[in-house]
Design a protein around this ligand. Structure first.
Ligand code: SF4
Length: 361
């Protein structure tokens, strides 16, 4: 059952178990920093991220490529490459009985159990995440066996059921190799596989990227119906704002490794309070309405993470920037209704396009 501790879940015995998070919080990330070692020195890909995700909630992490979204997801599952490390901060996860895991202290079998039984990740390139020499059935069976579920018949039955939920012909797909399936089918297989051990939290990394528009639509419908049925918590990573609008309860915008705006979908999309979110919204066709709206690109480029600008990292591209922004980095300000924005001048921010003329410094 989603949200309950699986019968064979062995609670870590180390100091990776700590106190309790608030009842409805599944994941709490506090001041998380992730750095990559590069020939030119350490590069901070995630900088001070703080975010809570509540039970049953869907949170979208949005932002341009390279903004740190995927790195943040990989850090939570401890799947960073060898050249990357969490340099500061903590992440806590509340398991079904109310106890809390300190994620960056988990190791060995505890970590393996956390990865599939409590939290699973669906990667954007399904062909790369599925083993090309294994049939789909073997992916399910090997995953279940690795977590102590030895009854292959029961696993196959559950796999068929999950594949039916993602609108695939279970019997045919279980007997297929990944290369025998279309991109959309492989992505659905990855989603079904992620649900096999009934994790509380699913992280979806760009779940519809590289799929054609109709297949994207189908995947969105599948995710929505799975959530209604299974009520899992979801964090999905995307640069696709329309996807966020359709699936998320809350949105968190990332820029240059920082969470710069967090709030309910409606608040962030209709009354954004960070100029970068405004720039993202003005760069895509409106989600609703019949009026033609001209599109505007955000001027300039994201900063070089090895040579960050002083103060607010967005100031070289920001039409509202002042001397204060050049000198100081803004904290996240509470702007009402649980909405937060890392901008000194959030009260002046509007979606007016003329504000952006001549923005780059
Ligand atoms: Fe722009 Fe200043 Fe706000 Fe940064 S703090 S987004 S530079 S107005």
């Amino acid at each position: 059952m989603i949200g309950n501790v699986p019968s064979d879940f062995r609670l870590p015995t180390s100091d990776s178990v700590i106190g309790r998070l608030a009842d409805d919080v599944v994941l709490s990330i506090e001041d998380l920093w992730v750095e990559y070692q590069t020939p030119a020195g350490p590069m901070q890909a995630v900088r001070g991220a703080t975010l809570e995700i509540r039970r049953g909630e869907a949170v979208a992490l949005i932002g341009e490529s390279g903004s740190g979204k995927t790195t943040l997801g990989l850090a939570l599952l401890r799947l960073l490459t060898r050249t990357a490390r969490v340099s500061r901060g903590r992440a806590r996860f509340r398991i079904g009985d109310g106890r809390t895991l300190e994620l960056f202290s988990l190791g060995g079998s505890d970590l393996r159990r956390f990865r599939w039984q409590e939290c699973a990740m669906v990667f954007q390139a399904a062909l790369n995440s599925l083993n090309p020499v294994l049939k789909v059935r073997d992916h399910f069976i090997e995953t279940a066996r690795a977590h102590g579920r030895k009854d292959d018949r029961q696993t196959s039955e559950r796999a068929r059921e999950l594949l039916r939920m993602v609108q695939l012909d279970g019997e045919r797909v279980l007997s297929s190799y990944p290369h025998e399936l279309s991109g959309g089918m492989r992505q659905r297989v990855s989603i079904a596989l992620s649900l096999l051990l009934e994790p509380q939290l699913i992280i979806l990394d760009e779940p519809t990227t590289a799929l054609d528009i109709l297949t994207q639509r189908a995947i969105i419908d599948v995710i929505r119906s799975l959530r209604q049925r299974l009520n899992f918590t979801m964090m999905f990573i995307s640069h696709d704002l329309s996807l966020a609008a359709e699936l998320a309860d809350r949105v968190a915008t990332m820029y240059a490794g920082e969470l710069v705006e967090v709030g309910k979908v409606r608040d962030v999309f209709y009354t954004p309070k960070h100029p970068y979110t405004v720039g993202l919204l003005n760069a895509v066709p409106p989600i609703a309405g019949e009026e033609f709206t001209p599109l505007t690109a955000i001027p300039g480029s994201p900063p070089d993470l090895l040579a960050m600008p002083s103060g607010c990292s967005f100031h070289p591209r920001c039409p509202y920037a002042t001397e204060l922004c050049v000198r100081q980095a803004p904290p996240l300000f509470a702007v009402g209704n649980g909405h937060q924005a890392a901008c000194f001048h959030w009260e002046r921010v509007t979606r007016r396009l003329d504000v952006w003329e001549g923005a780059v410094r």
